[in-house]
Write a protein that binds this ligand. Structure first.
Ligand SMILES: Cc1cc2nc3c(=O)[nH]c(=O)nc-3n(C[C@H](O)[C@H](O)[C@H](O)COP(=O)(O)O)c2cc1C
Length: 106
């Protein structure tokens, strides 16, 4: 089974409420594939690095591909304006999550 985490970053870390939700079903994450789409002032890259460590402890696996959206350049008063390359990045995440979920299921 695969999951996509859409995560902001708060004070260089994962959001507390999201972490609490993940923790609350701890053992159920074992053997699952996860991809991360992050956003924040710095693209949420540190939150994704933390999710990699957190999910490894729960025996889940975060794929290498990720999307890091900048609050400053991709969100504005005129709405959500992602960089062109984001579509390909998202495809990579989905492809890697589907492939890994298949392997883990086997
Ligand atoms: C208290 C606070 C701390 C934040 N710290 C970070 C940070 O360390 N890195 C970052 O990239 N963005 C940071 N941000 C920006 C948030 O990621 C941004 O506001 C985001 O939109 C929050 O997502 P949400 O409204 O969906 O919870 C911070 C925002 C707040 C209010």
């Amino acid at each position: 089974m695969g999951f996509i985490f859409v995560t902001p970053e708060y004070n260089h870390g994962v959001p507390g409420g999201f972490k609490n939700a993940v923790d609350s079903i701890g053992p159920e994450w074992a053997g699952k594939a996860v991809g991360c789409v992050a956003y924040g002032a710095d693209g949420g890259v540190r939150a994704v690095e933390q999710w990699r460590v957190i999910m490894a402890n729960l025996h889940a696996h975060v794929v290498r591909a990720q999307v890091s959206l900048s609050l400053f350049t991709e969100f504005g008063e005129d709405g959500f304006r992602p960089q062109e390359r984001r579509a390909e990045e998202l495809k990579s995440i989905l492809g890697q999550v589907v492939e890994l979920a298949g392997k883990l299921r086997g």
